[in-house]
Design a protein around this ligand. Sequence first.
Ligand SMILES: Nc1ncnc2c1ncn2[C@@H]1O[C@H](COP(=O)(O)OP(=O)(O)OP(=O)(O)O)[C@@H](O)[C@H]1O
Length: 262
Amino acid sequence: MIIAHELSYHAGKKELLHRLSFEAKAGEMLAILGANGAGKSTLMKLLCREISPSHGHIIFRERNLQQYKLPELAKQRAVLSQQNTISISFIVTELVMMGRYPHFDQFPGERDIEVVRQVMEETGITALAGRDYNTLSGGEQQRVQLARVLAQIYDTPDACLFLDEPTNGLDLLYQQQMMELARRLANKGYCVICILHDINFASRFADKILMLKDGKKVAIGTPLEVINHENIYETFNIQVKLMECEGYDCPLVIPAMIQNNL
Ligand SMILES: Nc1ncnc2c1ncn2[C@@H]1O[C@H](COP(=O)(O)OP(=O)(O)OP(=O)(O)O)[C@@H](O)[C@H]1O
C-alpha cells in the first residue's frame, strides 16, 4: 500500500528526517510514536504529499507518490489534521459534504448524499446534522472532521487514512471511541497511519508501531516486538514500568516518577 524508501527531509540546513524506510499495508494500522519535535508531523506531511522528500521516495499503491495528480490522490487518501478551526459558519452536514468535493462538480449526487448519511451514522454524529459547526464541543468537532475525511475515501475501502493525534482534546470515552473507529476502519481494509502520544493506545490498537527520535527510526514492529524499556527510553528519554494486564496482549506502560525540572 505505502512504502517509504530512505526518506530524508531537510528544512534549510537542518535535517528533520533521516533515511527512513518502512511499509504499511492495506488493512493495517501503523502508529507513529515519538517525543515532541521527533519529526512525526513532518513524516506525515511527506506521506500525504503536502511536502516532498529531499531524498528517497514513497511508493503509494504501487506508483511513485509524486506521479499522482492531486484530484486522483484525493480519492485515495485523506488526512485528519490537528488544526480544524473554521472562521465561517457551516452546518455539520455541509461540512461533511466537503469530503465529497473531489467526487462531484457542481451539485452532490445521490451517492454523495448517501455516503454523507452513512459516515455520519458511523461516527455517531447524525444527531448533530443541523448544528452550526462552531457551536460544537471540541470532541464533537473532531468527530465531524473524521466524518468529512471518511466521506472523502468512502468509495475506496483500501485507501489510506492519515490521523494526526486524533485523540487530542478528547475525553476518555471519545478517545476510546475514536481509536475503536480507527481500528474498525483498518479491519475494513483501510490503511490507517496514526500519530499518537499515548503508547498504550498505540500498543492496544495498532498492528505496527514506528518509533522516531530526532528524525531517525528507533524501531518498527508489532507492539509486542517494540514496546520494551530500551526502545521507550531511547525514544522518550524516560524510564517506565511495564505491567502485565489481563485481557491485554501487550504490557501496559506506566511512566516512572521523575524529578520535575520544569
Ligand atoms: N520548516 C521548518 N523549518 C525548520 N524547522 C522545522 C520546520 N518544520 C519543522 N521543524 C522542526 O523539525 C522538528 C520536527 O517537527 P515535527 O512537527 O515534525 O515534530 P513532531 O514529532 O510532530 O512534534 P510534536 O509532537 O511536538 O507535534 C521540530 O524541531 C520542528 O521545530
